[in-house]
Design a protein around this ligand. Structure first.
Ligand SMILES: NC(=O)c1ccc[n+]([C@@H]2O[C@H](COP(=O)([O-])OP(=O)(O)OC[C@H]3O[C@@H](n4cnc5c(N)ncnc54)[C@H](O)[C@@H]3O)[C@@H](O)[C@H]2O)c1
Ligand SMILES: [Zn+2]
Ligand SMILES: [Zn+2]
Length: 372
């Protein structure tokens, strides 16, 4: 029997059930190629809520959470990218570096991550967490709603130690997803006009990315006035309350007729994805960042698509190369060029995680961050 350590975790037991806060067991020694991370902070992302609300087929029991940062406690044999004491951000796409996609510089599409983390297990198809005899999976291989995580070494990126880990945690999902969608996925040209639909944790980072990349006009849309104000704070030039105005018409009016060069949907609803597509100008690009519930479909006019050379593309994890993008974004934060402080609107204990989902459902605040 191997030695275990107790782990305080928020466990998903099935759709629409509150997360069960309990103590699990984890092996004290990481296996080959594995890293034991003492978690310091985890953001609460809407993707966790999709799982919790049963919108995505998610196995139970499972430790939810995927946006986290911490300190390396122990490393297994063969791990040479980090050592105990290193500050790390967790990646929920632990890319192998060797498959065709990784070799092509597109690690978010990694075949290995697709078979492991996206199935909430490690390389051997198993999980290390236990609740007594029962194996407990970790959401996207990360399971950051726990004070410790056992992850493959490919899931940790070492970052500077003078950066606060609560802010760093957000770089593990929302910030990289949002900024990356503009810079990596869309490769937006400076001087472009932009629409961002949804001003949550992800959408506000699309706004920051568009500002960084030199957009000349950034229109934000949301149904909450509070979120629209935050959009302005992060760099939006115009706002549309899409509960009060027809979004597509409003965007045409604001741009003087044509629509925007780039539109980013950061909610995950079919109608808002269609609106983002309809709001782009001839030759424009709409980027799907928000993730819909399983099975949802959209409707677009393919004649318009060809006639007007419109592009509709998807963005996973901001098309990031985490080893490059995590440290780079953190540098931008430390230099005052990216605002992560204002993103944290609620600092909570693990015990309050269920309440943080209630806040997210009604659209309150940007990010709740659990601190261990
Ligand atoms: N592509 C990726 O790799 C990736 C990564 C992380 C998250 N996501 C997805 O991005 C989406 C957003 O995540 P988040 O954490 O920012 O969510 P969030 O809950 O923080 O933000 C959603 C925002 O959308 C607004 N909204 C809701 N309905 C609306 C409507 N009909 N019209 C306009 N605004 C509306 C809300 O007021 C809120 O401000 C989710 O679907 C999440 O799963 C995708
Ligand atoms: Zn996320
Ligand atoms: Zn790979």
């Amino acid at each position: 029997m191997t030695n275990t350590i107790p782990v305080r975790a928020a466990v998903f037991t099935g759709p629409n059930e509150p997360l069960d806060i309990k103590t699990l067991q984890l092996p004290a020694e990481p296996g080959d190629g594995e890293v034991l991370v003492q978690m310091v902070a985890s953001g609460v992302c809407h993707s966790d809520l999709h799982a919790l609300d049963g919108e995505w087929d998610t196995p139970a029991p499972l430790v939810l959470g995927h946006e986290g940062a911490g300190v390396v406690q122990r490393v297994g044999r063969g791990v040479d990218n980090v050592q105990p004491g290193d500050h790390v951000i967790l990646s929920w796409t632990p890319s192998c570096g060797r498959c065709e996609y990784c070799a092509a510089g597109r690690p978010v599409l990694c075949e290995v991550a697709n078979e492991t983390a996206y199935r909430h297990v490690l390389a051997d198809g198993k999980t290390r967490l236990r609740d007594g005899e029962t194996p407990v999976k970790s959401f996207l291989g990360a399971g950051t709603f726990a004070d410790h995580a056992m992850v493959p070494s490919t899931a940790v990126v070492k970052v500077r130690e003078d950066a606060p880990l609560a802010q760093a945690a957000l770089v593990g999902c929302a910030v990289t997803t949002g900024i990356g969608a503009v810079i990596n996925t869309a490769r937006m040209e400076a001087g472009s006009t932009v629409l961002v639909v949804g001003c949550g944790g992800v959408g506000l980072n699309v706004v920051q990315g568009a500002r960084l990349a030199g957009a000349r006009q950034i229109i934000v849309a949301d149904v909450s006035e509070e979120k629209l104000e935050l959009g302005r704070k992060f760099g939006a030039t115009d706002t549309v309350n899409s509960k009060e105005r027809d979004l597509v018409q409003a965007v045409r009016d604001i741009t003087g007729g044509p629509g925007v060069d780039y539109a980013f949907e950061a909610i995950g609803l079919p109608r808002t994805i269609e609106q983002a597509y309809e709001a782009i100008r001839r030759g424009g690009t709409a980027v799907v960042v928000g993730q819909v519930a399983d099975g949802v479909k959209i409707s677009i006019d393919p004649f318009v698509m060809s006639d007007q050379e419109k592009k509709l593309i998807g963005s996973n994890y901001g098309s990031s190369r985490q080893v490059i993008d995590f440290p780079r974004i953190l540098d931008l934060y430390m230099e005052g060029k990216v605002d992560l402080d204002s993103m944290i609107t609620n600092r909570i204990d693990l015990d309050q995680v269920n309440e943080s989902f209630d806040e997210m459902r009604v659209g309150n605040g940007i990010r709740s961050v659990i601190e261990y």
